[in-house]
Design a protein around this ligand. Structure first.
Ligand code: PZK
Length: 276
């Protein structure tokens, strides 16, 4: 199969008219891929994505053809997808302050043009979820763009649809996760167009590689929050003499096992299922 795109942790192959999206067990910390894989991570993220696509299917259609009709060597961690015309916008919804949203609030009191109340801090819940789109920069980091700029890129009609659906997906996901003791602070979605011009959800959805997940029981606004998936890796790597530049450190077996347990726990908490 022809490799059409290779990312830090995922690869995309062409199979006739279809695409096969393959999630590896690679893990990145502070944007550096570590040399040691986390067993089952690719399977957890793929199965979680497939579960969310089903949960969300009344909100928006998606690119999934099959989670099982994939080559044997990728079984469980690959999705056969429809090839879409991808839209050049990263659609981010934020319900809590963290990352670039927090930076923007601290500088201007606003995010994506929305004025927020004074006195919010790192990890605070926003009065309403906010749509904060960015461009997919060819190189380097994604740039925040306004709704007018989104409209310039995809047309006013599709732009309005992206904002509406992004917030609807976030609200549904956050509500479902909240009932299971998990905060979804923010999420990044990607969309594409089918041949008939309809907008569908693509890529992965509401996974820890595309979203911030916190435990409700440990949520405490005013300080950095514990990432449900990678906090263990971050805490361990913070104690090393590592400058956060490649190559990253080899992960010892006990830290691999603890990190794997976090991914599996996230999956079972959210879905009520068991990946073994
Ligand atoms: C597409 N990416 C990013 C995602 C990777 C790379 N259904 C689609 N149709 C056409 N193009 C894409 C998709 C999807 N999804 C996605 N680049 C192109 C990407 C996942 C893994 F390696």
């Amino acid at each position: 199969m022809e490799l059409v795109y290779s990312g830090k942790v995922r690869d995309l192959y062409a199979d006739g008219d279809d695409l096969i999206m393959v999630a590896s067990d690679r893990v990145s910390v502070y944007d550096v891929v570590l040399p040691t894989p986390i067993p089952d991570k690719g399977r957890v993220l793929t199965q979680l994505s497939l579960w969310w696509f089903t949960q969300l299917s009344d909100v928006i259609g998606n690119h999934v053809i099959s989670g099982t009709d994939v080559p044997e060597e990728w079984a469980g961690r690959a999705i056969r997808c429809r090839r879409l015309r991808m839209l050049p916008v990263e659609c981010i919804a934020r319900g809590y302050l963290a990352g670039l949203g927090l930076a923007s609030y601290n500088e201007t009191g606003t995010i994506s043009g929305v004025r927020l109340p004074a006195g919010l801090g790192e990890g605070s819940r926003l009065p309403e979820p906010v749509f904060t789109p960015t461009t997919k920069a060819a190189a380097g980091h994604d740039e925040p763009i306004t709704s007018a700029e989104v409209a310039g890129l995809v047309g006013a009609e599709v732009a309005a649809e992206l904002e509406r659906v992004t917030l609807a997906v976030y609200r549904r996901g956050a509500e479902l996760a909240a009932a299971r003791g998990i905060v979804i602070a923010d999420t990044k979605l990607e969309f594409g167009l089918l041949g008939d011009g309809s907008v569908v959800l693509a890529d992965e959805v509401l996974t820890p590689d595309s979203s911030r997940f916190w435990l409700t029981s440990q949520w405490q606004p005013g300080r950095p929050q514990h990432a449900l998936d990678k906090q263990f890796l971050r805490d361990w790597s913070a104690g090393l003499d590592w400058d956060r530049r490649p190559p990253g450190p080899v992960i010892p077996p006990d830290v691999v096992a603890a990190t794997r347990d976090r991914y599996l726990e996230l999956y079972s908490r959210l879905t009520g299922g068991d990946l073994g």
